[in-house]
Design a protein around this ligand. Structure first.
Ligand SMILES: NC(=O)c1ccc[n+]([C@@H]2O[C@H](COP(=O)([O-])OP(=O)(O)OC[C@H]3O[C@@H](n4cnc5c(N)ncnc54)[C@H](OP(=O)(O)O)[C@@H]3O)[C@@H](O)[C@H]2O)c1
Length: 295
């Protein structure tokens, strides 16, 4: 037998539930086939065990694993296994060959192909919270749901320090799942926009401290965080050293102008650049670089 991709996806969803509920999973986790042919967590030592997953997210299988299923395990296990003991923060940007994530006016839909969109929805289904910056909501008015895959809907978090977004925004009106607006502490008493909750963050400088935002999300039980954009927000998480993984999906497209992806402080020499360990995945016409920034 082979492990089919739909079996692996169900297993990932089951692992996600177990890691949140149990907090400490046995190490390694054993997975096998149940009586009805579904792949599921099984007691350690069970003869039917097909896959073993170690706490560092490496897996081994006793049966052939087709490439699509292997890629699902490689790409999604770290997010599926996030919990209090091992919080996990991943950021993703889809960009053109010339490093743009949107036009100057903010149009970014369809930079990447449908395979990458499905990838984003899978990450959403496995995380606890998706986080975006205010400009992404302003430009895209996104839904941030998991409508392309089966799985739960994560909490949606928006960093809007000055509360410039109006209550008509889709995320504030939609009740598919919770929306959390993060703003400067002094503005937290203003009426909540639509159905969103408001979380005020104390700050000294012009930026809200991301480490404190992350701490507050963990306090709420949101340990798997997916930073979905835009470039300024992902860059500030990267600069603050808060990302475990950075994924960049490159599309065969030249925009020639527009909003940049990653922007960090100036360096003098290329040796000062980041050279992360990475894997490459082909997603339709796009190539995804999955960069490991922390173990
Ligand atoms: N291709 C992709 O993968 C992708 C993904 C998402 C979005 N997009 C596109 O990207 C564009 C938006 O990206 P962007 O880089 O311009 O902006 P962005 O990252 O979406 O939002 C940046 C804004 O968020 C707020 N913010 C974020 N972190 C903060 C912090 N630590 N403290 C205080 N405020 C913080 C600030 O709001 P204030 O300005 O109010 O201070 C900041 O200017 C849109 O065109 C969207 O369509 C592309």
């Amino acid at each position: 037998m082979e492990l089919a991709p739909d079996q692996v996806w169900r297993l990932l969803l089951e692992l996600r539930c177990a890691s949140r509920a149990l907090e400490t999973l046995p190490d390694p986790v054993s997975c096998g086939l149940t009586g009805d042919g579904q792949l599921a967590l099984v007691p350690a030592g069970d003869a039917a065990t097909l896959i073993e997953i170690a706490s560092n997210s490496f897996w081994t299988a006793r049966v052939p694993v087709p490439q699509t299923s292997a890629e699902l395990l490689d790409l999604y296990l770290p997010m599926a296994l996030a919990n209090r003991q091992r919080p996990f923060t991943l950021a993703h940007l889809g960009q053109s060959l010339d490093g743009r994530i949107a036009t100057v006016g903010g149009a970014s839909r369809h930079i990447n192909g449908p395979e990458n969109l499905t990838h984003l929805h899978r990450l959403r289904a496995l995380c606890d919270a998706i986080l975006v910056g205010a400009s992404t909501v302003e430009c895209d008015d996104p839904q941030l749901t998991t409508r392309r895959v089966t799985g739960p809907q994560p909490v949606r978090v928006i960093i809007d320090p000055h509360r410039r977004l109006t209550a008509e925004r889709y995320l504030f009106q939609d009740q598919t799942t919770r929306t959390l607006l993060v703003c400067a502490e002094g503005l937290a008493d203003q009426p909540r926009p639509g159905h969103a909750e408001v979380m005020g963050i104390p700050h000294d400088g012009p930026r809200l401290p991301l480490r404190e935002i992350l701490r507050r999300l963990h306090e709420r039980g949101l340990f798997g965080l997916f930073v979905e954009g835009g470039g300024l927000t992902v860059s500030s998480f990267l600069e603050a050293g808060l990302l475990d993984r950075l994924q960049i999906a490159i599309a065969p497209l030249v925009i020639g102008s527009g909003r940049p992806g990653i922007t960090l402080p100036t360096i003098e020499d290329l040796s000062q650049g980041l050279h992360p360990r990475h894997r490459r995945y082909v997603m339709g016409e796009d190539v995804l670089f999955d960069c490991q920034l922390r173990n």
